[in-house]
Write a protein of this length. Structure first.
Length: 277
């Protein structure tokens, strides 16, 4: 069944159509946030001695002239927040203090980070779990896009980790190519869906917090239908039936988040590989 325009306009199923920054928690009944209508929050970060200070919104406009300036789109789902951080060479490249981010995935460009007390360089397609300190330039200031999640570990005792995209072998499953980045306590999945690919209705034990990397694709959940495009954010809700239909090639990157109030779960048993239709 297609979502009614009345519900969509009321914001019960998707974020309202007006361009705006999302700062308040998203209602549990919202399943898709349109990236094109989600305003980016101006950000600024600068070094002050050994510390890194930062500001956002109107305060970023008053940051020191030497500050690195970038933009952040924040999607505060009920189970965790997804952040899209966009850095530019013109803005000074990369400088972002790690606060509540538990996993960072480099969508494009490269960044430097600290993981388990060691400096690392993350290229496009690499990720870090439980980074600390700050994301910084990996060399000269350059463009970069990072997707970050605040989702807690699915299991206790998680430890920091780096996973290189070059080390993750893709799994081809009849129209779906999946790269699964395993690390202690969770995983990140990078999916490429071919034109004509469909999944059967299925559900999972955890939320899947998605950022679309290519579209369009049709996403169905809880009896509603949505068109998902590049830059959109989707929440596959634990326990709800959902499925996909791909009229064109499409793709996304996602991680898992525990349902509100849920206890630990074996990350290897979190259902996140949908059956083909």
């Amino acid at each position: 069944m297609r979502a009614t325009s009345t519900l969509a306009l009321l914001g019960l199923l998707t974020l309202p159509l007006a361009v705006q920054a999302q700062t308040t928690p998203i209602a549990d009944s919202v399943y898709l946030v349109k990236g094109a209508t989600l305003a980016a929050t101006p950000m600024a970060a600068w070094k002050k001695g050994d510390a890194i200070e930062s500001a956002s919104g109107d305060a970023a406009k008053k940051a020191p002239r030497k500050a690195v300036r970038y933009a952040a789109k924040l999607v505060p789902w009920p189970t965790a927040t997804v952040k899209e951080l966009v850095f530019t060479k013109k803005g000074g490249g990369v400088l972002h203090p790690i606060t509540d981010e538990k996993t960072v995935f480099v969508l494009s460009g490269s960044v430097a980070a600290t993981v388990d007390g060691k400096p690392v360089t993350l290229a496009a397609g690499d990720l870090a779990s439980l980074p600390s300190g700050a994301l910084t330039n990996a060399g000269k200031p350059a463009d970069a896009v990072v997707i970050a999640w605040t989702a807690q570990s699915l299991t206790p005792g998680a430890t920091p980790a780096v996973v290189r995209g070059a080390d993750v072998q893709p799994r081809n499953m009849g129209g779906l190519t999946l790269k699964r980045y395993e690390f202690p306590g969770n995983s990140v999945r990078v999916a490429a869906q071919s034109k004509g690919f469909k999944t059967a209705p299925n559900s999972a034990k955890t939320d899947s917090l998605i950022r679309m990397t290519k579209g369009p694709a049709r996403f169905f959940q809880n009896g509603q239908e949505f068109t998902a495009e590049e830059g959109d954010f989707i929440r596959e809700v634990a326990g709800l039936q959902h499925n996909w239909e791909c009229p064109e090639d499409s793709g996304f990157v996602t991680t898992s988040a525990l349902p509100v109030g849920a206890g630990p779960i074996d990350a290897s048993k979190a259902t996140d590989i949908p059956p083909a239709k």
